[in-house]
Design a protein around this ligand. Structure first.
Ligand code: C2O
Ligand code: CU
Length: 490
């Protein structure tokens, strides 16, 4: 049920019913889509690829004549798109010029827990944090954002978020669009509400958190994209704090889904609707004919028959997202008709290899009946383990579930095999109301009994309320005995 939890204070009843948002046909598309600058960093003398990120305050003019107080990395809103190759050693010098402590978490990255940028790696104002690690995972669209305990929603909503693209030779050899800003375009989608003087209004929340009535894509309000190629790769990131989108094109065209959170799918999946809950990514290839115009939209997610359940996610809301305008002549696509028939071969994790099983319950805006405590370790995982996590959403509300350090595979959703779009590597998965998912994951490379990783609902207000737990990875045989904490192993 909704659970008798004090966390419900502050919810505005009017947001639960009525008040439907519908911007379809009402958006003017009069601003060119901004594309975050690509940042390849620099190589230092030892061959480490070094990036500089400064979290800073500023103002941004989303609407003509209105200055919105915002935060950003190296700019007033959002941050550069970092890019590095698999196998490279990287370092990011993150300077905090905000008036309060923050952190920067590398969402989807496999890396040591002390470099992860969760709540245990705070960056005090006017200091610099310099995590370093070696990238060892397939080409993927990852992202970075703050993760300070209890303040994640506020920091992300003000604009602190950016993409981190991993490249590898296997992906580079495929005939796919990859000319950044030309035929390979990131779309960072966020819903906002503005006050009459142009500030972000984040004071009103429904059950899932703050739902906006206006979309920003890469920080652009009412964006259009001039398409110059027959095939365009769109890297969609739902960087909203609470809202789940079902993306589709106004003309119902079929696109090719080529990658999910952790990288390429085995083969393209033809799709007309792409569902992304907060934190999830999808890469799609869209085909154009010269001179045409189409619109990317978000239509209400189908959450089943209960309208009141749907309304808790702003379920009836529709948005125009982006207008795409194809030029009269287009650069030919590298691959015909859409994308290569084979993309990669994903190593399947097998249930027969599972060494530990856990059951994790989301209810009452808590996990397993507890809200997150910085000094409590909830799960102890042995290095090298293959684990099966059964995650149950017991509420009449949508949630999602994100695990740090690993990419997992979805074994089932509500008892059924996952749909093909969930057939690849994932780090965040949508959990419809009253549903159970089974996830399989392997914990390689990094053990540190003193530095926890997080698992949590990525609806950021829920996360901030404590819908989050901590796990440590330890050397085999160094299980619970060495760890301080209550231990929630099931
Ligand atoms: Cu994108 Cu724990 O976060
Ligand atoms: Cu949640």
């Amino acid at each position: 049920g909704l659970g008798g939890c004090g966390a419900l204070g502050g919810i505005v009843p009017g947001l639960l019913d009525g008040g439907r948002v519908d911007t379809v046909g009402a958006v003017e598309f009069d601003r060119a889509l901004a594309v975050p600058p690509l940042d390849e960093g620099r190589l230092d003398a030892s061959g480490t690829r070094v990036f500089d990120l400064t979290a800073q305050t500023g103002t941004t003019e989303f609407q003509s004549g209105a200055q919105t107080p915002t935060w950003g990395f190296n700019s007033s809103y959002l941050g550069p798109t970092l890019v590095a190759d698999r196998g490279e050693k990287v370092r990011v010098d993150v300077r905090n010029e905000l008036p309060e402590a923050t952190t920067v978490h590398w969402h989807g990255m496999h890396l040591p827990a002390a470099m992860d940028g969760g709540p245990h790696q705070p960056i005090a104002p006017d200091t610099t944090w310099s995590p370093t690690w070696t990238i060892d995972q397939p080409a993927a669209t990852l992202w970075y954002h703050p993760h300070p305990h209890g303040r994640t929603e506020a920091h992300v909503a003000r604009g602190l978020a950016g993409l981190f693209l991993v490249r590898d030779p296997e992906e580079a050899a495929l005939a796919l669009p990859r000319n950044y800003g030309v035929d390979d375009i990131p779309l960072i989608v966020q819903d906002k509400r503005f006050t009459s003087d142009g500030a972000f209004d984040d004071g009103t929340r429904g059950f899932v958190g703050a739902l906006g009535d206006t979309l920003l894509v890469n920080g652009t309000l009412g964006p259009y994209l001039d398409v110059t190629s027959e095939a365009v790769r769109l890297r969609l990131l739902n960087a909203s704090t609470a809202r789940t989108y079902d993306f589709e094109f106004a003309d119902d065209r079929t696109v090719q889904l080529i990658a999910s959170d952790g990288g390429l799918l085995d083969a393209p999946v033809p799709a007309t609707r792409i569902r992304l809950s907060p934190g999830e990514r999808a890469e799609i290839v869209v085909r154009f004919v010269p001179g045409e115009t189409t619109t990317l939209r978000s239509t209400p997610p189908d959450l089943g028959t209960e309208p009141e359940v749907a309304s808790r996610n702003g379920g009836a809301d529709r948005f125009d997202v982006l207008q795409l305008r194809a030029a009269a002549s287009l650069t030919p696509a590298a691959s015909a008709p859409d994308a290569p028939a084979r993309l990669t071969t994903i190593e399947r994790l097998r249930e027969s290899d599972v060494t530990a099983r856990r059951t994790i319950t989301l209810d009452g805006f808590a996990i397993d009946d507890d809200v997150m405590q910085m000094d409590r370790i909830d799960q102890v995982v042995e290095l090298g383990a293959t684990e099966l996590w059964t995650v149950r959403n017991e509420m009449q509300l949508p949630h999602n579930f994100h695990v740090h350090d690993v990419q997992f595979q979805v074994l089932s959703v509500g008892g059924a095999p996952p749909p093909p779009e969930l057939g690849g590597w994932k780090d965040t998965v949508y959990l419809p109301p009253d549903t159970e998912v089974r996830l399989i994951m392997r914990f390689d490379d990094y053990a540190d009994p003193d530095a926890p990783y997080m698992y949590h609902c990525h609806l950021l207000w829920h996360e901030d309320q404590g819908m989050m737990g901590q796990f440590v990875v330890v050397e085999p045989g160094q299980g619970a005995g060495t760890i301080e904490g209550t231990g929630h192993d099931h």
